[in-house]
Design a protein. Structure first.
Length: 270
Protein backbone atom coordinates (compact mmCIF):
# COMPACT_ATOMS: atom_id res chain seq x y z
CA UNK A 1 0.00 0.00 0.00
CA UNK A 2 2.85 2.36 0.81
CA UNK A 3 4.27 2.84 -2.67
CA UNK A 4 0.79 3.54 -3.92
CA UNK A 5 0.26 6.14 -1.22
CA UNK A 6 3.60 7.74 -2.02
CA UNK A 7 2.72 7.84 -5.65
CA UNK A 8 -0.60 9.36 -4.72
CA UNK A 9 1.15 11.97 -2.60
CA UNK A 10 3.53 12.81 -5.42
CA UNK A 11 0.80 13.08 -7.98
CA UNK A 12 -1.35 15.26 -5.75
CA UNK A 13 1.62 17.47 -5.03
CA UNK A 14 2.34 17.74 -8.71
CA UNK A 15 -1.23 18.65 -9.42
CA UNK A 16 -1.03 21.32 -6.74
CA UNK A 17 2.23 22.71 -7.96
CA UNK A 18 1.57 22.70 -11.63
CA UNK A 19 -1.92 24.04 -11.11
CA UNK A 20 -2.66 23.02 -14.63
CA UNK A 21 -2.22 26.58 -15.83
CA UNK A 22 -2.53 25.87 -19.47
CA UNK A 23 -5.20 23.27 -19.18
CA UNK A 24 -7.49 23.43 -22.13
CA UNK A 25 -11.16 22.89 -21.56
CA UNK A 26 -11.06 19.89 -23.85
CA UNK A 27 -8.35 18.32 -21.72
CA UNK A 28 -10.24 19.17 -18.57
CA UNK A 29 -13.30 17.46 -19.87
CA UNK A 30 -11.56 14.37 -21.11
CA UNK A 31 -9.70 13.68 -17.87
CA UNK A 32 -12.08 15.14 -15.33
CA UNK A 33 -8.88 16.59 -14.02
CA UNK A 34 -9.35 19.34 -11.52
CA UNK A 35 -7.51 22.49 -11.11
CA UNK A 36 -6.48 21.88 -7.60
CA UNK A 37 -5.84 25.50 -7.13
CA UNK A 38 -9.24 25.61 -7.93
CA UNK A 39 -10.62 24.72 -4.80
CA UNK A 40 -12.90 22.01 -5.81
CA UNK A 41 -11.24 18.78 -6.69
CA UNK A 42 -12.88 15.99 -8.51
CA UNK A 43 -14.36 12.95 -6.88
CA UNK A 44 -13.23 11.03 -9.94
CA UNK A 45 -9.59 11.98 -9.53
CA UNK A 46 -7.00 9.97 -7.63
CA UNK A 47 -7.21 12.30 -4.67
CA UNK A 48 -8.65 11.18 -1.38
CA UNK A 49 -12.37 11.55 -1.26
CA UNK A 50 -13.78 14.40 0.77
CA UNK A 51 -17.21 15.81 1.33
CA UNK A 52 -19.16 18.52 3.13
CA UNK A 53 -20.75 16.18 5.67
CA UNK A 54 -20.40 12.84 7.41
CA UNK A 55 -17.12 11.02 7.92
CA UNK A 56 -15.46 12.76 4.99
CA UNK A 57 -16.75 16.17 6.12
CA UNK A 58 -14.79 19.35 7.00
CA UNK A 59 -14.03 18.25 10.59
CA UNK A 60 -12.16 15.26 9.21
CA UNK A 61 -10.49 16.66 6.09
CA UNK A 62 -7.15 17.00 7.87
CA UNK A 63 -7.01 13.29 8.72
CA UNK A 64 -8.31 11.84 5.45
CA UNK A 65 -4.81 11.82 3.95
CA UNK A 66 -1.56 13.50 4.83
CA UNK A 67 -1.87 15.77 1.80
CA UNK A 68 -4.86 17.37 3.52
CA UNK A 69 -3.11 17.86 6.87
CA UNK A 70 -3.05 21.65 6.49
CA UNK A 71 -6.85 21.62 6.78
CA UNK A 72 -6.25 20.60 10.42
CA UNK A 73 -2.88 22.09 11.30
CA UNK A 74 -2.92 25.32 9.29
CA UNK A 75 -3.25 28.59 11.16
CA UNK A 76 -4.23 30.87 8.29
CA UNK A 77 -7.29 29.02 7.06
CA UNK A 78 -10.32 30.22 5.14
CA UNK A 79 -13.15 31.08 5.21
CA UNK A 80 -13.38 33.55 8.10
CA UNK A 81 -15.85 36.02 9.52
CA UNK A 82 -14.95 39.48 8.20
CA UNK A 83 -15.11 42.02 11.01
CA UNK A 84 -13.12 44.89 12.48
CA UNK A 85 -11.39 45.59 9.20
CA UNK A 86 -8.84 48.39 9.11
CA UNK A 87 -8.09 50.77 6.30
CA UNK A 88 -4.82 49.67 4.71
CA UNK A 89 -1.77 51.87 4.92
CA UNK A 90 -1.21 51.66 1.23
CA UNK A 91 -3.90 51.83 -1.32
CA UNK A 92 -4.06 48.44 -3.01
CA UNK A 93 -5.03 48.93 -6.56
CA UNK A 94 -7.36 46.20 -7.70
CA UNK A 95 -8.10 46.21 -11.41
CA UNK A 96 -10.25 43.46 -12.88
CA UNK A 97 -10.17 42.88 -16.63
CA UNK A 98 -12.63 40.21 -17.65
CA UNK A 99 -13.77 39.82 -21.24
CA UNK A 100 -16.59 38.05 -23.02
CA UNK A 101 -15.56 34.48 -23.59
CA UNK A 102 -16.75 31.03 -24.45
CA UNK A 103 -17.26 29.16 -21.16
CA UNK A 104 -17.48 25.58 -19.97
CA UNK A 105 -19.44 24.47 -16.92
CA UNK A 106 -18.29 21.40 -15.05
CA UNK A 107 -20.18 19.62 -12.28
CA UNK A 108 -17.27 18.18 -10.29
CA UNK A 109 -19.43 16.87 -7.47
CA UNK A 110 -18.33 19.65 -5.11
CA UNK A 111 -19.45 22.67 -7.10
CA UNK A 112 -20.21 23.96 -10.56
CA UNK A 113 -16.90 25.17 -11.93
CA UNK A 114 -16.77 27.49 -14.91
CA UNK A 115 -13.67 27.75 -17.08
CA UNK A 116 -13.24 30.09 -19.99
CA UNK A 117 -11.40 30.14 -23.26
CA UNK A 118 -9.48 33.38 -23.20
CA UNK A 119 -7.61 36.07 -21.34
CA UNK A 120 -9.34 37.35 -18.24
CA UNK A 121 -7.07 38.75 -15.55
CA UNK A 122 -6.90 40.73 -12.35
CA UNK A 123 -4.14 43.13 -11.27
CA UNK A 124 -3.32 43.68 -7.64
CA UNK A 125 -0.32 45.55 -6.25
CA UNK A 126 1.63 45.34 -9.51
CA UNK A 127 1.03 41.65 -9.96
CA UNK A 128 -0.96 40.17 -12.81
CA UNK A 129 -3.09 37.15 -12.07
CA UNK A 130 -4.83 35.12 -14.73
CA UNK A 131 -8.36 33.94 -14.07
CA UNK A 132 -8.29 30.13 -13.95
CA UNK A 133 -11.91 29.37 -13.14
CA UNK A 134 -14.82 30.51 -11.06
CA UNK A 135 -17.30 28.51 -9.02
CA UNK A 136 -20.07 28.77 -6.46
CA UNK A 137 -20.77 27.95 -2.83
CA UNK A 138 -24.15 27.74 -1.09
CA UNK A 139 -24.48 29.19 1.50
CA UNK A 140 -21.62 31.71 1.49
CA UNK A 141 -18.35 30.52 3.04
CA UNK A 142 -17.22 33.93 4.32
CA UNK A 143 -19.43 35.86 6.67
CA UNK A 144 -19.45 39.65 6.85
CA UNK A 145 -20.05 40.98 10.37
CA UNK A 146 -21.46 37.55 11.32
CA UNK A 147 -23.84 37.51 8.37
CA UNK A 148 -23.85 34.66 5.88
CA UNK A 149 -25.25 35.15 2.36
CA UNK A 150 -27.29 32.64 0.34
CA UNK A 151 -24.35 32.06 -2.02
CA UNK A 152 -20.78 33.13 -2.73
CA UNK A 153 -18.77 33.08 -5.94
CA UNK A 154 -15.02 32.52 -6.07
CA UNK A 155 -12.96 33.79 -8.99
CA UNK A 156 -9.69 31.86 -8.73
CA UNK A 157 -6.59 33.51 -10.23
CA UNK A 158 -2.94 32.68 -10.37
CA UNK A 159 0.15 34.69 -11.27
CA UNK A 160 3.09 33.29 -13.19
CA UNK A 161 4.90 32.35 -9.99
CA UNK A 162 1.93 30.33 -8.80
CA UNK A 163 0.58 32.82 -6.23
CA UNK A 164 -3.15 32.49 -5.86
CA UNK A 165 -5.62 35.35 -5.66
CA UNK A 166 -9.28 34.59 -5.06
CA UNK A 167 -11.87 37.30 -5.53
CA UNK A 168 -15.05 36.45 -3.61
CA UNK A 169 -18.42 37.95 -4.47
CA UNK A 170 -21.35 37.57 -2.11
CA UNK A 171 -24.73 36.69 -3.62
CA UNK A 172 -27.97 38.04 -2.24
CA UNK A 173 -31.41 36.90 -3.33
CA UNK A 174 -33.31 39.14 -5.68
CA UNK A 175 -33.88 38.69 -9.39
CA UNK A 176 -30.78 37.12 -10.96
CA UNK A 177 -28.45 39.22 -13.06
CA UNK A 178 -29.00 38.13 -16.70
CA UNK A 179 -25.56 36.61 -17.15
CA UNK A 180 -26.13 34.31 -14.14
CA UNK A 181 -29.48 33.26 -15.57
CA UNK A 182 -27.66 32.28 -18.72
CA UNK A 183 -25.15 30.20 -16.73
CA UNK A 184 -27.97 28.61 -14.75
CA UNK A 185 -29.77 27.58 -17.89
CA UNK A 186 -26.95 25.14 -18.62
CA UNK A 187 -26.00 23.86 -15.16
CA UNK A 188 -24.78 20.28 -15.65
CA UNK A 189 -26.90 18.15 -13.33
CA UNK A 190 -24.80 15.06 -13.54
CA UNK A 191 -21.55 14.73 -11.64
CA UNK A 192 -18.52 14.66 -13.93
CA UNK A 193 -20.40 16.26 -16.77
CA UNK A 194 -19.08 19.30 -18.58
CA UNK A 195 -21.17 21.53 -20.79
CA UNK A 196 -19.82 23.93 -23.38
CA UNK A 197 -22.16 26.91 -23.64
CA UNK A 198 -23.27 27.75 -27.15
CA UNK A 199 -22.72 31.45 -26.68
CA UNK A 200 -20.13 33.80 -25.23
CA UNK A 201 -20.60 34.95 -21.68
CA UNK A 202 -19.64 38.42 -20.55
CA UNK A 203 -17.87 37.46 -17.34
CA UNK A 204 -17.38 41.12 -16.38
CA UNK A 205 -21.15 41.54 -16.21
CA UNK A 206 -21.32 39.15 -13.26
CA UNK A 207 -19.31 41.54 -11.08
CA UNK A 208 -20.76 44.36 -9.01
CA UNK A 209 -20.06 47.85 -10.32
CA UNK A 210 -18.02 48.91 -7.29
CA UNK A 211 -14.91 47.00 -6.31
CA UNK A 212 -14.49 48.24 -2.73
CA UNK A 213 -13.31 45.24 -0.82
CA UNK A 214 -11.80 43.52 2.20
CA UNK A 215 -8.52 41.68 1.89
CA UNK A 216 -6.69 39.15 4.03
CA UNK A 217 -4.32 36.21 3.74
CA UNK A 218 -5.88 32.75 3.96
CA UNK A 219 -6.16 29.38 2.28
CA UNK A 220 -8.08 27.34 -0.23
CA UNK A 221 -11.43 26.46 1.35
CA UNK A 222 -11.32 22.86 0.12
CA UNK A 223 -8.68 20.15 0.53
CA UNK A 224 -5.71 20.42 0.45
CA UNK A 225 -6.48 23.78 2.18
CA UNK A 226 -3.13 25.22 1.01
CA UNK A 227 -2.24 28.55 2.61
CA UNK A 228 -0.71 31.69 1.09
CA UNK A 229 -3.90 32.54 -0.77
CA UNK A 230 -4.60 36.25 -1.17
CA UNK A 231 -8.30 36.85 -0.58
CA UNK A 232 -10.29 39.82 -1.84
CA UNK A 233 -13.91 39.93 -0.68
CA UNK A 234 -15.93 42.47 -2.64
CA UNK A 235 -18.22 44.48 -0.38
CA UNK A 236 -21.04 44.86 -2.84
CA UNK A 237 -23.09 41.70 -3.35
CA UNK A 238 -24.62 40.63 -6.64
CA UNK A 239 -28.11 39.25 -7.06
CA UNK A 240 -29.42 35.79 -7.72
CA UNK A 241 -33.00 34.54 -7.60
CA UNK A 242 -34.24 32.26 -4.85
CA UNK A 243 -35.12 29.74 -7.48
CA UNK A 244 -31.57 29.68 -8.84
CA UNK A 245 -30.18 29.15 -5.33
CA UNK A 246 -32.58 26.24 -4.88
CA UNK A 247 -31.62 24.75 -8.24
CA UNK A 248 -27.95 24.91 -7.33
CA UNK A 249 -28.51 23.27 -3.94
CA UNK A 250 -30.60 20.58 -5.55
CA UNK A 251 -27.75 19.69 -7.89
CA UNK A 252 -24.71 20.16 -5.63
CA UNK A 253 -26.07 20.28 -2.06
CA UNK A 254 -24.67 22.64 0.55
CA UNK A 255 -20.98 23.22 -0.09
CA UNK A 256 -19.62 25.71 2.42
CA UNK A 257 -16.70 24.99 4.73
CA UNK A 258 -17.42 26.29 8.26
CA UNK A 259 -15.80 29.52 9.47
CA UNK A 260 -12.17 29.05 10.56
CA UNK A 261 -10.33 30.81 13.40
CA UNK A 262 -9.07 34.24 12.36
CA UNK A 263 -6.26 34.22 14.93
CA UNK A 264 -4.23 37.41 14.73
CA UNK A 265 -4.78 38.09 11.07
CA UNK A 266 -5.34 41.63 9.91
CA UNK A 267 -8.24 42.35 7.59
CA UNK A 268 -7.84 45.47 5.47
CA UNK A 269 -10.57 47.32 3.69
CA UNK A 270 -10.89 49.91 1.01
ZN1 LIG B 1 -14.46 28.24 -3.55
Amino acid sequence: MKPFLNWLAASTLLANLSLLPSISPAYASSTKSQDNVSDPSSKQSMEARWDYMGIDGPDHWGILTKEYMTCETGNRQSPINISMAKHGQQHNSLVIRYHPSQVYELNNGHTIQVSHASGCEAHLNNRTYKLRQFHFHAPSEHHIEDQAFPMEMHFVHQDEKGHILVIAVMMKTDSSVPVLEELWRWLPKQQGKEVSLPLEISIADILPTVTHHYSYSGSLTTPPCSEGVQWIILKEPIHISNEDVENFVQIIGHNARPIQPRRNRQIEEE
